[in-house]
Design a protein. Structure first.
Ligand SMILES: [Cu+2]
Length: 191
């Protein structure tokens, strides 16, 4: 998935460059595009200029509330996420970065609103958490984070289809089942 996004970005970036940059800049671009690290540089931004830390923090609070079967705390974390998303400063992002960010963030916000509005219905909150976790995974992979994070997987979540979640700890604490099956799942990789 990441490779597809990055390849698409490189192509997009090259197209935009061809239209807008001078011949000389274009040559500089072409010479760097061949290096694999360029793919990352295009996307990665100065962490002091743009950070998804607030979003990740809210996500982890939500995840931890779900592991404790605490629907009200999950709703609070969902509401906090909506506030965080509204405050994110996108000015330092390039047009391409902003498009990627906004596509993901719009989706995260929708899930956060549903989770915030469904205190008392943890099953429904967990349905939205399946999709939000995919978004957070994409955000972290695209924009990076200074914190060490793990991508965990539960094969039984989402009606047996399996689902990932992102965690700040290596121990498995399952947000999809909570106390019912707290240690179901495994670490897939470090992010
Ligand atoms: Cu909903």
């Amino acid at each position: 998935m990441r490779n597809i996004i990055l390849s698409a970005l490189v192509i997009l970036f090259t197209l935009v460059s061809c239209n807008q940059k001078s011949k000389q800049q274009e040559e500089t671009m072409d010479s760097t595009v061949n290096k694999t690290e360029t793919e990352t540089t295009i996307v990665k931004v100065n962490p002091t200029a743009f950070s998804i830390k607030g979003i990740v923090d809210n996500y982890l609070s939500l995840k931890n509330a779900l592991t404790k079967d605490d629907s009200d705390a999950s709703a609070d974390a969902g509401k906090a996420m909506v506030v965080t998303l509204e405050k994110i400063d996108m000015k330092k992002l390039s047009a391409e970065q902003m498009k990627i960010y906004m596509d993901i963030a719009d989706d995260v916000k929708e899930h956060a609103e549903h989770i915030g509005d469904n205190g008392g219905n943890i099953a429904h909150q967990r349905e939205h958490f399946v999709l939000m976790s995919k978004d957070i995974n994409d955000l972290v992979k695209t924009f990076g984070t200074e914190q060490k994070l793990y991508q965990d997987f539960c094969p039984m979540a989402d009606g047996g289809k399996g689902a990932i979640w992102i965690s700040e700890v290596k121990d498995i604490k399952n947000p999809y089942f909570g106390s019912e099956m707290l240690t179901c799942g495994s670490v897939r990789k470090e992010l």
